[in-house]
Design a protein. Structure first.
Lengths: 598, 250
């Protein structure tokens, strides 16, 4: 058997975006031996790409704002499928988490009074997103990174974790390898926090980086935890569409928050034609009212350009289908004709830069071409709201890898706040659990050996499948058959294709050695992309209605029978099982906050 | 536009040695160098090592030397090269090579550990922190840094003199010190560190760092020169020094 390095910790945090960093800082602060594992270099995680901001009802711009309104907006944006306790904790705690970042050196943009400025975003009643231009994610990750470094937390960079090891029912460690050298590593630990993010790389057009391959969801499933609402995938309405090589790269919702509007090729601001009944009472129905809303929120309702993302993505999809899209299959996002060039460059510097460099478009002069891109998964590992604990003792999950907070659709800005609110809670709970445990669990050598064998299998394969080709075929499959609009027939076809791709993956063969070999890394990532894609498809078949980030052409309306249930996925033996389980009812005091019925 | 074929020369090898290898790769409209590298991986060189994450100029992972110029591969469009030109992609030179285009950049992470953390003063009487936009903007410019380490790579103090790596933190981390020095709330004094341990004196403001910065940060003019001025004022002006000590201001 191959030699492997070993380390022993109390709490092992897997994933070093916002949630993982925040969890590690918290666990370390509780005095337990903590390590942070990054799949990339420290500070490069997908959090870095978050643009618009971090939602928190601080009331700096609109003093009418408070946690109750934020809770209501989050629940309504999620089409009430949310874990209401998570939504409550999130709305209550985000302001403190933003201020905490400021204590650690973050420099947010300011109001005229010198407080943290807040900007408008889709689905939020008030301007609520603390931000730094359009690079808020970078500010968040750098602040947390610098904090973690100052605290001296152990960081293992460019490590892929492939398998969790258990001691009886509970978590006992993890097995992986260093990407740079290919050296194997086994961690013994009392608790694991999964903070591995999403799975966007299973789709062809995505805003996600290569790291987003669903690793944590697969680790959790394999360890015996459950996934919920995997069918709820957010297609961000505005990704770049041209040129082909940049298709999918995110265009921040901040463009619309700062005054941009969507138009079809006939010049019509089409979002006025797509206001759903559910949001009618709070959405402007004339261009005049919509434009006035930016300055005066008391006497005007919100522009339909800032409806929640699921609504806008579907609207764009319909416009393009109806032949009112651009030749490249997008629509136009215009801020050039609506705001001065200086303002645009100041508020949206990286969008200006991105279009200028990659598409040759000056967004202060011309409209941007945009279309939906796979952006976020609302579903994920099922956790307890207070502790982020899964059903496996010692296993916690926070951030995009966890499900529940966002229900069927996430509001923009609620992700960065999610990371720090629940990253902190996960770190705290994991540390408490580890302290209460006494002796470390034993690392079962047989499990480690099995993990090592499967890690190295692509080198000994007798087959000749190319991992890049399998990945590309998976992306085509998910894009075409499990995209924005779904039908039972296509979903069943996707399941068949995924089964074939799994067989092909068993015959995958990689060239070269173990040192920094991206073909090998991809072959291993494909295991999790395929299991998570299967989970998403199974969930999508089971939820026979349309809600948030799950739209069924064959069941085009929301169905109350599905409005109060989670679709739950577990691994039993080698297969994935699906069941439908009720969401605990909302307590009356929270129900009262939701206001007008749909 | 139909695909055209481009000739790429890509460095293949590790710390022990290597060579440029030539590849013919199809290229389509709008492609960047990183797209071509990805095409290469998928079709001809499955084990070609390179780092990347965001592919949008936001993470700073895909630094390389393209036709000799240090750049991000994701932000270098193929159509900026004359048709028919052979495009050479090499790893950044200043750091030890792992494989192909991926280097061991741990020097930078070690240097980051040496800078004392942000340390704010007391809050306002009403419990808030008030800062003005024009004051935060100075440090915000430096916080745009995506840590691509191209400035570190190109700085001749360490590029041409590896022996200086012990006594020079490089533009990225001198700028980090400047950022904290200019942070409206910070109370810690890092000027001694800048001069003694981080080697600010080595910098002779040739602006190579500024030229390669993909975020267009004015590293030399806005960070390094003002930092040098502060160090000089601190060292040579006892009144300035006393005033600082008494008021706690910077």
């Amino acid at each position: 058997m191959d030699h492997y390095k070993t380390f022993e910790y109390d709490v092992l945090v897997i994933g070093a975006g916002g949630a993982g960093l925040r969890a590690a800082i918290e666990a370390h602060g509780k005095g337990v031996r903590t390590a942070l594992i990054c799949k990339s270099l420290l500070g490069k995680a997908h959090t870095v790409m978050a643009e618009g901001g971090m939602a928190a009802a601080m009331g700096n711009v609109w003093k009418e704002d408070n946690w109750q309104v934020h809770f209501r907006d989050t629940m309504r944006g999620g089409k009430l499928l949310n874990n209401w306790r998570m939504a409550e904790l999130h709305a209550k705690e985000s302001p403190d988490r933003v201020l905490e970042l400021e204590e650690w050196g973050a420099l947010f943009d300011r109001t005229k009074d010198g407080l943290i400025s807040q900007r408008d975003f889709g689905g939020h009643r008030y301007a609520r997103l603390a931000h730094v231009g359009d690079r808020t994610g970078l500010e968040l990750i750098r602040t947390l990174q610098q904090r973690a470094v100052a605290l001296g937390i152990d960081v293992h960079m460019e490590v892929n974790v492939q398998r969790l090891v258990k001691d009886g029912d509970r978590v006992a460690g993890a097995v992986g390898y260093y990407r740079a050298t290919g050296d194997l590593v086994a961690f013994t630990c009392k608790a694991v926090v999964l903070a591995t993010g999403g799975v966007g790389k299973a789709w062809k057009y995505t805003s996600n980086s290569w790291e987003c391959t669903g690793d944590g969801m697969t680790l959790a499933l394999d360890a015996g935890a459950e996934l919920i609402d995997m069918e709820c995938i957010q297609f961000h309405p505005t990704g770049m569409v041209w040129p082909p090589s940049v298709r999918g790269i995110l265009v921040t919702e901040g463009v619309r928050g700062d005054g941009g509007t969507l138009k079809n090729t006939e010049g019509t601001r089409f979002m006025f034609n797509y206001i759903p009944e559910f949001f009618k009472s709070e959405t402007a129905d004339s261009e005049k009212e919509a434009d006035a809303w930016y300055e005066d929120k008391k006497n005007n309702r919100r522009t339909p350009d800032l409806l929640p993302r699921d609504e806008v993505a579907r609207a764009i999809n319909s416009e393009v289908k109806a032949g009112r899209g651009t030749p490249h299959g997008g629509v136009l996002l215009d801020i050039a004709s609506r705001r001065p060039a200086d303002y645009i460059r100041k508020r949206l510097p990286s969008m200006y830069h991105q279009f200028k460099e990659l598409a040759g478009v000056d967004i202060t002069k011309d409209a941007m071409e945009v279309g939906p891109t796979c952006h976020y998964i609302m579903g994920g590992v099922r956790v307890e709201a207070e502790t982020a604990a899964t059903r496996v003792p010692g296993l916690y999950a926070a951030g995009e890898v966890a499900g529940g907070l966002h229900g069927a659709n996430r509001l923009g800005g609620n992700s960065l706040s999610d990371l720090v609110v629940f990253g902190r809670r996960a770190g705290m709970a994991a540390a408490d659990y580890a302290k209460g445990l006494g002796a470390a669990p034993a690392l079962d050598a047989a499990q480690v050996d099995a993990a090592v064998r499967s890690l190295l299998s692509p080198f000994d394969s007798k087959g000749n499948e190319n991992p890049y080709a399998i990945h590309s075929d998976l992306q085509e499959c998910m894009q075409a058959l499990v995209g924005i609009i779904r039908t039972e027939g296509e979903l069943r076809k996707a399941l068949e294709e995924i089964a074939v791709l799994k067989q092909r993956l068993a015959r995958v063969r990689v060239e070269g050695g173990r040192a920094f070999n991206p073909g090998w890394h991809l072959a291993l990532d494909l295991h999790s992309m395929l299991s998570v894609s299967e989970a998403v498809t199974l969930g999508a078949i089971e939820r026979k209605e349309s809600r948030g980030g799950h739209t069924r052409d064959d069941y085009p309306f929301t169905d109350d029978r599905f409005g109060t249930v989670n679709v739950v996925i577990r691994r039993s033996d080698r297969a994935l099982g699906v069941s439908i389980e009720p969401i605990p009812p909302l307590p009356p005091e929270l129900k009262a906050l939701l206001g007008d019925k749909k | 536009m139909a695909a055209t074929t481009v000739t790429m020369k890509v460095w293949r090898g590790d710390a022990k040695g290597g060579a440029f290898r030539e590849y013919q790769v199809p290229s389509q409209e709008g492609m960047v160098v990183l797209d071509v590298i990805h095409t290469l991986q998928a079709t001809q060189a499955g084990d070609l090592a390179c780092r990347w994450n965001c592919k949008a100029g936001k993470c700073g992972s895909c630094s390389a030397e393209i036709n000799g110029k240090p750049r991000l591969m994701c932000m270098t469009r193929m159509d900026t090269f004359p048709p028919g030109e052979t495009i050479t992609v090499a790893p950044i030179k200043t750091f030890p090579l792992y494989r192909d285009l991926a280097c061991d950049v741990s020097f930078n992470y070690e240097r980051a550990k040496e800078i004392p953390a942000f340390k704010p003063g007391p809050k306002e009487p009403d419990g808030t922190r008030r800062m003005w936009q024009e004051d935060v903007e100075r440090s915000q410019e430096f916080r745009k840094c995506i840590e691509c380490f191209l400035c570190q790579n190109v700085c001749h103090v360490i590029r041409d003199h590896p022996e200086n790596k012990h006594s020079f933190a490089g533009p990225r981390f001198l700028m980090r010190i400047a950022e904290l020095e200019m942070h409206p709330l910070d109370t810690h004094d890092r000027l001694e560190l800048a001069q003694a341990k981080a080697g600010l004196g080595f910098c002779n403001i040739t602006k190579c760092c500024t030229e390669v910065c993909p975020e267009h940060i004015h590293i030399t003019d806005n960070a390094l020169i003002p930092l040098k001025e502060r160090v000089i004022s601190e060292q040579y002006d006892p009144l300035f020094w006393l005033a600082r000590k008494l008021t706690g201001k910077k």
